[in-house]
Design a protein around this ligand. Sequence first.
Ligand code: ADP
Length: 492
Amino acid sequence: MSTDKPGEHVGSVLQRKLSLVDMLDPGTFGDVVDSLGELYRVGIRVLDAQGRTLADAKGSNGDFCGFVTASGEGRSRCNAQVSRMTEGPLTPVQGAQVLPGPALLGGEVLSQPCFTGLRYVMMPVVWEGDVLGRVLFGPFAPEELKELPASLAEVVGVDLARASELVTHVRRMSEHKVSRMVVNFAQVMAALLAAGQKAYLTGQLHLEAMLETQRELETQNAQLLRLNQRLKEADRIKSSFLGTVSHELRTPLASIIGYSEMLSEGLVGGLNAEQTQFVRTIIDKGNTLLKLISSILDMSQIEAGKVRLAFEWVDVQELVESALTSVAPQAQRKGLVLKAEMPPVVQARVVADREKLRQVVVNLLANAVKFTPTGGRVDVRLSELGPQAELGASGYHIEVEDTGVGIPADQRDRIFQSFYQVDDSPTREYGGAGLGLAIVKSYVEGHGGQVSVTSEVGRGSCFRVVMPQEPPLSGQGPAYIPPPVDTEPERF
Ligand code: ADP
């Protein structure tokens, strides 16, 4: 069996010398050799190139050999004989002779006499020019054996009469029969080797192809990782650049707005109607720009993980009403009906970051007003405190519904990504940078809540924020430190 580790790049299996173990299934091959040994009544032993036995079928020589090897000299001669055949050269030396007949499995078949007068046959297993092992047949009694050699009694010290009696149990074979047995066995073995080689190569090639695919995937994976790191780094630089630029822009802009307000209030002298109109436009545009810059700054801080929510007891009802007042002027200017629906019963306070939660509601209301044409309506609904199925916890929800342009179904997930806008053409009708909803999502999730949208193009949209009464103590949100006990919420 090959010892290559998976993933280790070695030469193709097609370039490697195969071994008998690679090509033969030990179980099946052992059974085949056993049945052939039984059929011929001759022992058959198959060894690989390293001298390891792959199959060993016993023959009819057991009693005779057992008797001979019972003596010390017999045993050591037998051992020497066997190791000569299992480890010695596969050439006609030390009394071995080439058996006449075709060279089977690519090598010469040798007939090897045993000191007992019996005989063995050795057949090399040659496959595609490589010697992969050898097969030993025997011992059997050659047909011409009349009586056992006298040396058996003289040198080995064996009772010749008893040995002669036992040798009659050993299979006697003519040279012709031996040749037929060997041819027969060689054919079976050639068929097994051919099938085994095919199966082994197919399996290995399949494995190599899989390993190759795995290596390619690993390389691609590593490239993707590197690319991902570069993207993250680029994203971090972008956020930090945006953060710095926005910060630097905010200060002079605040001055522009401040001085313009002083001008419009006549603090440095009266203005005529046209001048007042111009200054008001400067203030309006300045405020729009300031909101945009603030959004960019908020988003860059969110992305840099610098936002920390400061939790406190918050009166949501009051917070929603305050958010409404900040969008009321725009709604009025567009002739929209702006309505709030509050819970009929008293509302308990909740734990939240007041400023962030206010911004969530303001962003949703500002969008509703922005994307609703004149004459439309915007409703904000605050629920009572109670179990919230989406969160599996007690909480509340805020819905902002409008009768505006609506959002196509395929865009509804993407509008929560930063800088994403349904209409991002340079000629787009509505202002904005595509950050409002990304900020909403980040703040809501920071509280352990969820935001979702339902919409129908041309009919309107409804944004729904579900919040827990208290943010979870652990989770993806920022660390939550409960407010001090003495500020325990009062019912009102
Ligand atoms: P901005 O409003 O600055 O473009 P937002 O992140 O707040 O960025 O919104 C992203 C996009 O989602 C908007 O550009 C718009 O296409 C869509 N959108 C958000 N709210 C509404 C709404 N109430 N009605 C229709 N479209 C909306």
